[in-house]
Structure formats: C-alpha cells, structure tokens
Ligand binder design. Structure first.
Ligand SMILES: O=C(O)CCC(=O)C(=O)O
Ligand SMILES: [Fe+2]
Length: 245
C-alpha cells in the first residue's frame, strides 16, 4: 500500500484556517430538547484506549433536524484529484470557523463535564481540555463516497475567548448524524492499529445516530478511513478536542 496520507494540510498556527469559509455566518438549530438528554458516558473501545465513544450525545430528533438544516448549506464536492500529500477524500464538505458553535458543543451538551469530571480518563487527553476547535467540518457521503486511509494532524491554534487561549488539538471528535437507522449502509470509521490496512487487524466503528466518536490524533493517531457508503447518506460533523498549551 502507498504511504498513508495526512487528512489535510492546515496551518500549524492559525486561528482561522485559510481553507475555511469565514465570511459566512450560519444559524445552527438550537439544541432542543435541552442537552444532555442522558448522562454522557465516555466508553473506551475495548481494543484500544485511543478510541472512545459517547452514545446519545445528540438525541435522534436533533440529528434529524441537523441533517435537514445541513442540507441547506453550500457543500462542496471534493476535487477528484487530491493535492500532493493529501488523502483521497470523496465526499461533500462544508467547513466554517465558528467559535460560537464550538463553545455550544463544549458547554451546552454535557461534554465539558463528561470529560473534566472523569478522573479515570484524565491521562488520555494529553493535557488540560479547554474547549473544541472552532474549525467545524460537515461531511456528507453518498453512495460510493469514502475517505481513504490517513492520519489526522494535531494543530496549534488560539481559541478566540476573552482572553484568547493558546491551545493544541489532541483528539478528533466525529458526531454521527445518521446510521443504518436512517438507511445508511456502510460508512464505518475503520482504524488500523499497526499502520497498515489489514482486514485481520481492523477496528471498525459502525455508525450510530447521535454518537460522538473521539479518537486520539497527532503523533498518536491510528491509521483510519471512512469506509465507502453503500447506500443512503452518511452525515457527520467534525471538530477536535483542544488542550491548553
Ligand atoms: O468519515 C469518517 O468516518 C472519518 C472522517 C475522518 O477521518 C476525518 O474527518 O478526518
Ligand atoms: Fe481522519
């Protein structure tokens, strides 16, 4: 197999990535019913402490509302040919720098408490968690679309709070908004713990509507892919966990 690629090239020290669409402001749907609807429980994957899952992070009704809303955004289909050094990603994407949404996902969902109050998992985050990456990415994968094997980078940025806080990202956060419950077949996020694409060693995380998948990134990132969607639509929202630096 060819050498796995980085997910994307982004500035190592940037408050707003050049590739974001900064001029646009988005009125995201409110978190209704008020979140969390259940006590958030962070479950480490039985095969590795580099993957964790929070089920029912969003209730199914809110996922449905988000998908209906996200469909109205100007998603861009990936160029067929990736830039040199980038992984092949075939999907439709919307990216925005939105500190307000990042703060709401951290403060108004129960995520902050779930992470900060879990003493058993404290050593995993790489430092003191302080928020989420304002760089929000929305992906839609339709039939035949996928994200080939790659590693996610850690990025250094400044959270635009009062006062601004220098942080670095340590874990990728993927919010699954659809699954087989909505008719999406395939699209699992698959990890390869030994840096090679081997079916025998794969850790496949199936889509689960409303679940938040967290996986360690940067130097500790597992090789991973978004497997091809065979039917229906896979919708995810991506941000990253930020620690103080
Ligand atoms: O779509 C997926 O399941 C994986 C997405 C991913 O790897 C990424 O956004 O870096
Ligand atoms: Fe990734």
């Amino acid at each position: 197999m060819a050498k796995p690629k980085k997910a994307s090239k982004s500035s190592k020290e940037a408050a707003v990535p050049a590739s974001a669409q900064p001029s646009l402001s988005v009125s995201w749907p409110a978190f209704k019913p008020e979140l969390p609807v259940v006590d958030l429980d962070i479950q480490l994957h039985p095969a590795t402490p580099k993957i964790a899952l929070i089920s029912s992070f969003f209730p199914r009704s809110l996922c449905r509302e988000y998908v209906a809303f996200l469909k109205t955004l100007p998603l861009q289909t990936t160029p067929a040919r990736p830039k040199r050094g980038e992984a092949v990603r075939v999907n439709d994407r919307f990216q925005i720098d939105d500190p307000m949404l990042a703060a709401r996902l951290w403060e108004n969902t129960g995520l902050r408490e779930a992470i900060l109050e879990n003493q058993d998992l404290k050593h995993l985050w790489g430092g003191e968690p302080i928020g989420l990456n304002p760089n929000i990415r929305v992906y839609r994968y339709t039939k035949g679309q996928y994200f080939d094997c790659h590693y996610d980078d850690s990025n250094a940025l400044i959270l635009p709070s009062q006062p601004p806080v220098p942080v670095k990202t340590t874990w990728t956060c993927l919010l699954y908004l659809t699954s087989s419950a909505e008719g999406c077949i395939g699209g699992e996020t698959v990890f390869y713990p030994h840096d090679r694409k081997s079916a025998a060693e794969e850790i496949a995380v199936p889509l689960e509507t409303g679940a938040l998948l967290l996986h360690k990134h940067g130097n500790d990132c597992l090789l991973h892919e978004g497997r091809e969607v065979l039917d229906g639509e896979k919708w995810i929202l991506r941000t990253d966990l930020c620690i103080k630096r």
